[in-house]
Design a protein around this ligand. Structure first.
Ligand code: GLN
Length: 493
C-alpha cells in the first residue's frame, strides 16, 4: 500500500487525477494520522468529515470526467486564523472560543473550490502574535523535531506553528499560514519545510482574523517548492472584498518553475551578517551562495542600510495596528462575554478583555495604544512609518542590482519550549531577518538548507521584487535541488 501520508500536494493531486488511488483513501489516511498525533497539539479542532466530503466530491467528479481543480483531492490543514463557515475559529484566543463564523474566508473558499479538503483548524500563537507558538490559549504546539539524543520539547516556530508542525510531521501534506513579520518563514525554517509569503495583496485578507492589516499576508506551507507554487495559485487572486487586494492576474507559477538561474543576479545583503547569528547559520548561507552559483547565478553584494531599524519599527507599527484591530473584541459582538453582576458596559468591556486576551496580546495592545497616543504619536508611530519607507527604498535600490536576495531565515535554529518566555526581546529577535521584507510588502520564502550539528533544520530565505514570486520560487527550487534536504523528524508522538 502507498504510504499516502508521505506524499506531497503534487503527488496526491496527480495520483488522484491519474486514478492511482482515490481522494477518499488519501483523506482517510491523513485523518488517521491527525488523530494519532494529538501529542503535537497541532490542531485546535479536527474536521475529518470535511476532508472526507471534499474527497468524495473529487472522486465523484473524476468518475464523471470533470475537472478536479489544481488542489483536487489534497487534504490540508487550515490555520485557525481563517474564518471557516460553521467551524469554530478562535485565532487561538479565549476571547474567540466558541465563535463559529457564518462565512468563509476568501482564501479558504478558493482552496475548497480548487478541490482541497480540510483536516482541521491549526493551532497558532494567539492572534498570530509570537515566534514560538507558546502564546496560544490552547497550549503549546510541539515540534516533531528534537535535538539529537535529547527529549526536550522544541518550538515549531510561530505564529504558524501548528501549520509547520503538522506538515513536518507528515500529518498534513500542506497547510495555510499567515505572515505579518515572519510567521510563515520562521516556522518553516524551524521545521525543515518550505513556506512563501507572497507580495502584500496577492492573497485576500477577507475573513482572516486581523493582526496588523498593512502587513498580514496569507501563504502556503508545504514540503517542496513545487507544492508551494501549486497551493499559492489556488489561494491568490483579486478580491473586491479586500481593499488592498492586488488587481493582477495570478501567474501559473508551477508551469514556469525553472531552477536554471543563468543570467540571474542574487544579492547578498551585508547588513544581515549580524552579531549573535549562529555560526552554522552563516555556514548554511555560504553554502546557499555556492548552490546558486552552481545553478548559473551571479552572486553580488548589496546593501540594505536600514536593516537594523526594521525590527524596532515593526514592533511599533504591528502593535499599533493590532491595538486598533483588537478593539472590536468587546464582549458585545463575538465570542466571550464577561458581565459581572451589576456591571455596566465599561465594566463588561474591561472584564471580557482582561479574561479573554493572553499576556502577549495585552502587551501588544498596551504598546500599540501608547505609540498611538497623542503625546507619543510623532515620537514613535510617525518615526516608525518613516523607517518603513526607508526600508522599502533600500530594497528598491538593491533590486536595481539583483533579481532576488539570499539571506538566512532566522538567526538561530529552533529552541526548547519555555526557554525564551521570560525574555520577549530575544523572542522578537527571531524575526530580525524576516521583518524587513514584511515592512516592504515583498514576496519572501524559506526553503530547508540542511540540519545543524544538533540535528535541527536550518532554512534559507529568498526575497524577491514586488509581484515576482516566480524568481523567488525558482531560486528556492535551485536550492532545493542542490540541498537534497530529505531529513524527517523521528516519530515520538
Ligand atoms: N513573531 C512576529 C510577531 O510576534 C511575527 C508574527 C507574525 O508574522 N504573525 O509579531
Amino acid at each position: 500500500m502507498t504510504e499516502f501520508t508521505n506524499l506531497g500536494v503534487k503527488e496526491i493531486r496527480d495520483g488522484v487525477a491519474g486514478g492511482d488511488f482515490t481522494a477518499r483513501e488519501v483523506a482517510e489516511s491523513f485523518n488517521a494520522a491527525v488523530a494519532a498525533a494529538a501529542e503535537l497539539n497541532a490542531f485546535i479542532v479536527t474536521t475529518p468529515d470535511h476532508a472526507l466530503a471534499a474527497a468524495d466530491s473529487v472522486d465523484a467528479k473524476r468518475a464523471k470526467g470533470e475537472d478536479l481543480g489544481i488542489m483536487g483531492g489534497v487534504p490540508i490543514g487550515m490555520k485557525d486564523l481563517f474564518a471557516t463557515k460553521g467551524v469554530q475559529t478562535t485565532a487561538a484566543s479565549h476571547i474567540l472560543e466558541g465563535f463559529t463564523p457564518q462565512y468563509e474566508s476568501t482564501v479558504s473558499q478558493k482552496l475548497w473550490d480548487a478541490g482541497a479538503g480540510m483536516l482541521g483548524k491549526l493551532n497558532l500563537d494567539q492572534f498570530a502574535m509570537g515566534s514560538s507558538n507558546e502564546t496560544s490559549y490552547f497550549g503549546n504546539v510541539n515540534s516533531p523535531w528534537r535535538k539529537e539524543g535529547a527529549n526536550a520539547g522544541m518550538s515549531p516556530g510561530g505564529s504558524s506553528g501548528g501549520s509547520s508542525s503538522a506538515v513536518a510531521a507528515r500529518i498534513a501534506p500542506a497547510a495555510t499560514g499567515t505572515d505579518t513579520g515572519g510567521s510563515i518563514r520562521q516556522p518553516a525554517a524551524f521545521t525543515g519545510i518550505c513556506g512563501i509569503k507572497p507580495t502584500y495583496g496577492r492573497c485576500s485578507r477577507w475573513g482572516v482574523v486581523a493582526f496588523a492589516s498593512s502587513l498580514d499576508q496569507a501563504g502556503p506551507m508545504a514540503r517542496s517548492v513545487e507544492d508551494c507554487a501549486i497551493m499559492l495559485k489556488a489561494m491568490a487572486g483579486f478580491d473586491p472584498k479586500d481593499a488592498t487586494s492586488l488587481q493582477m492576474d495570478v501567474p501559473n507559477w508551477e508551469a514556469a518553475l525553472s531552477a536554471d538561474l543563468k543570467g540571474k543576479k542574487i544579492g547578498i545583503p551585508k547588513e544581515y551578517r549580524m552579531d549573535g547569528t549562529d555560526e552554522e547559520i552563516l555556514k548554511s548561507w555560504e553554502q546557499g551562495k555556492e548552490w546558486l552559483r552552481d545553478a548559473g547565478a551571479e552572486i553580488v553584494d548589496v546593501s540594505l542600510p536600514h536593516t537594523k531599524y526594521a525590527l524596532p519599527a515593526y514592533y511599533i507599527v504591528a502593535p499599533a495596528e493590532a491595538s486598533s484591530n483588537l478593539a472590536r473584541y468587546d464582549g458585545v459582538r463575538y465570542g466571550l462575554r464577561d458581565l459581572p453582576d451589576g456591571a455596566g458596559l465599561q465594566d463588561m468591556y474591561a472584564a471580557t478583555r482582561a479574561e479573554g486576551f493572553g499576556d502577549e496580546v495585552k502587551r501588544r495592545i498596551l504598546i500599540g495604544t501608547y505609540v498611538l497616543s497623542a503625546g507619543f504619536y510623532d515620537a514613535y508611530y510617525t518615526q516608525a512609518q518613516k523607517i518603513r519607507t526607508l526600508v522599502a527604498q533600500d530594497f528598491a535600490k538593491a533590486f536595481e542590482q539583483c533579481d532576488a536576495i539570499l539571506a538566512p531565515t532566522t538567526p538561530t535554529a529552533s529552541f526548547p519550549l519555555g526557554s525564551l518566555n521570560e525574555d520577549p526581546l530575544t523572542m522578537y529577535l527571531n524575526d530580525v531577518f524576516a521583518v524587513p521584507a514584511s515592512l516592504a510588502g515583498l514576496p519572501a520564502m524559506s526553503v530547508p538548507a540542511m540540519v545543524n550539528s544538533d540535528g535541527l533544520p536550518l532554512g534559507l530565505q529568498i526575497v524577491g521584487k514586488p509581484f515576482d514570486e516566480q524568481s523567488v520560487l525558482n531560486t528556492g527550487l535551485a536550492i532545493q535541488q542542490r540541498a537534497g534536504f530529505d531529513a524527517a523528524p523521528e516519530k515520538w508522538w
